[in-house]
Design a protein around this ligand. Structure first.
Ligand code: T46
Length: 134
């Protein structure tokens, strides 16, 4: 998979006088959700990620605040800023990601296609490049 498979998902929103409700649901997503986790209280200047996944796909959402996602498929790099709670960033397998420039109070929701399994991470950039360009 490469950067061409990365895409922004506009999540449906139900709005009324009480506020907004955004939905991430089954058939409208590229995969069935097996796990959700979230990053919060990220100190200014911290970097998260710094790895790719062999089999896990993900959708990232800035539930609050903003942060940048640097995406790299071994051939090209692209940075996407997430700053809206009704927009998801789909990241397929085989794409290196680094999350940086977290604003104060930023919350990153991650929806994952698989349960946590450390063995499907590629955390060494040299190893990632070798497999991406094989
Ligand atoms: C990603 C970015 C956005 C668990 O025990 N269960 C989990 O579901 C996860 C995601 C992590 N962990 C453990 C593994 C490590 O001991 O939590 C610790 C920190 O994980 P990591 O260094 O991978 O955290 P991030 O923020 O660098 O990366 C995470 C996800 O791992 C990754 O898939 O895309 O968030």
């Amino acid at each position: 998979m490469g950067l061409e498979q990365v895409k922004t998902l506009e999540l449906p929103v139900v709005s009324d006088v009480r506020g907004n409700l955004a939905v991430a649901e089954g058939g409208a997503l590229p995969f069935a959700i097996a796990r959700a986790y979230w990053l919060y209280d990220v100190p200014s200047g911290s970097m998260r990620g710094g790895h790719a996944h062999k089999s896990n796909q993900q959708i990232l959402v800035a539930l609050s605040g903003s942060f940048d996602v640097v995406l790299d498929d071994g051939k090209a790099r692209r940075t996407v800023t997430l700053n809206r709670p009704d927009r998801g960033l789909y990241i397929p397998t085989g794409v290196w990601r680094e999350l940086e420039n977290f604003s104060a109070g930023a919350v990153c929701l991650a929806l994952a296609s698989e349960p946590y399994d450390e063995s499907e991470y590629v955390r060494d950039y040299g190893e990632f490049l070798a497999s991406a360009n094989r």
